[in-house]
Design a protein around this ligand. Structure first.
Ligand SMILES: O=CC(=O)O
Length: 347
């Protein structure tokens, strides 16, 4: 096609103007290949220049420290430690950190607050997926599904036997919830049709507005340990909850009790858990979260038949992970515009 020189010059000028306008947009670093909904929102916003760590694996720390320099916004996931070192590396331009997670124990909130950096996170959109997985993990643990499929596949299935692979059922049981929030309520709602007799919970204080929906009774930590047939750990990891599921708790629990943790690995003292599981102090544990993650394959917990370990997949449904990425993207954009975020942590 023939173009006059003037037309070509005009187009080149237009391109330079667009490039210059683009270069003045806030710079955002996205530290992981997040699901497409979130990336589309950022790209279509025409509000930010994006640099993406285009991988399913975490960005190496040194690379992250380099890439955040001068950025206005950071969209991260829970494997990135957002601490003083990183915030210093980013420098004074950084206004918003948006994490694609409901948990925020990877963020140094004090450091963020000190620097006036706003923080977005992704509660609620993952409640259904996490509750569903918690129920699946509870049943897999209490009804020994992983052991059972292993036996079936490897020739252990000799014949039908009366007490072989027996587990514990939910009907007529007492389910305890450690840390009652939206997720704890959603778990209880899903467990109720299994004919659970009673829900109990503990928290820093009674949460009647949540407990009412599931007729859950507030009890002390000791009572929670003593009464629960199934204990679901749903609390956030904080200095107060670090290692709260320890020997002291396990020794008060029933020998038939099942512990399920879909919150954070740090809430459980794993050495004490190993001792409780291997000595029969408690019957089983289902863990979606561990310390560290990934848990080394030679970790003693992997040797126990009564411990089911998943690789932190509670929110891993396509719908939920996309919704989390969209919320994280929208939080970031709102924060950079100076608008209220959809879900913002009050620091
Ligand atoms: O663990 C998952 C999350 O915090 O979103």
């Amino acid at each position: 096609m023939w173009c006059s020189r003037a037309v070509v010059q005009q187009a080149a000028l237009g391109l330079r103007v667009a490039q210059r306008a683009m270069a003045t947009l806030p710079r955002v670093y996205v530290s992981r290949k997040v699901p497409p909904q979130g990336l589309d929102i950022l790209r279509k916003s025409a509000q930010v220049q994006i640099e993406l760590w285009d991988s399913d694996d975490p960005v190496p720390r040194q690379e992250l420290l380099k890439k955040v320099k001068g950025c206005d916004g950071l969209l991260c996931v829970l494997t990135e430690k957002i601490d003083a070192e990183l915030l210093d590396a980013a420098g004074p331009n950084l206004k918003v950190v948006s994490t694609m997670s409901v948990g925020f124990d990877h963020l140094s909130l004090d450091e963020l607050k000190k620097r006036g950096i706003r923080v977005g996170y992704t509660p609620e959109v993952l409640t259904d997926a996490v509750a569903e997985l918690t129920v699946a993990l509870l049943l897999a643990t209490s009804r020994r599904l992983i052991e059972a499929t292993h036996e079936a596949k490897t020739g252990g299935w000799g014949t039908w036997r009366t007490l072989w692979l027996c587990g514990y059922e939910l009907a007529n049981s007492t389910v305890g919830i450690l840390g009652l929030g939206r997720i704890g309520v959603a778990i209880a709602e899903r467990l109720k049709p299994f004919k659970v007799k009673k829900f109990i919970y503990t928290d820093v204080e009674p949460r009647p507005e949540l407990a009412e929906a599931i007729h859950a009774e507030f009890v002390s930590m000791d009572e929670l340990a003593r009464q629960s047939d199934f204990l679901a750990v749903c609390c956030a990891l904080t200095p107060d909850t670090q290692g709260i599921c320890n020997k002291n708790l396990f020794t008060k629990m029933k020998n038939t009790a099942i512990l399920v943790n879909t919150s954070r690995g740090g809430v459980v003292n794993q050495e004490d858990l190993y001792a409780a599981l291997s000595s029969g102090q408690i019957a089983g544990a289902g863990l979606d979260v561990t310390t560290p993650e990934p848990l080394p394959t030679n970790h003693p917990l992997f040797t126990l038949k009564n411990c089911v370990i998943l690789p932190h997949i509670a929110s891993a449904s396509y719908t939920t992970r996309n919704a989390m990425s969209a919320l994280a993207a929208n939080n970031l954009l709102a924060g950079l515009r100076g608008d209220p975020m959809l879900k913002e942590l009050q620091l």
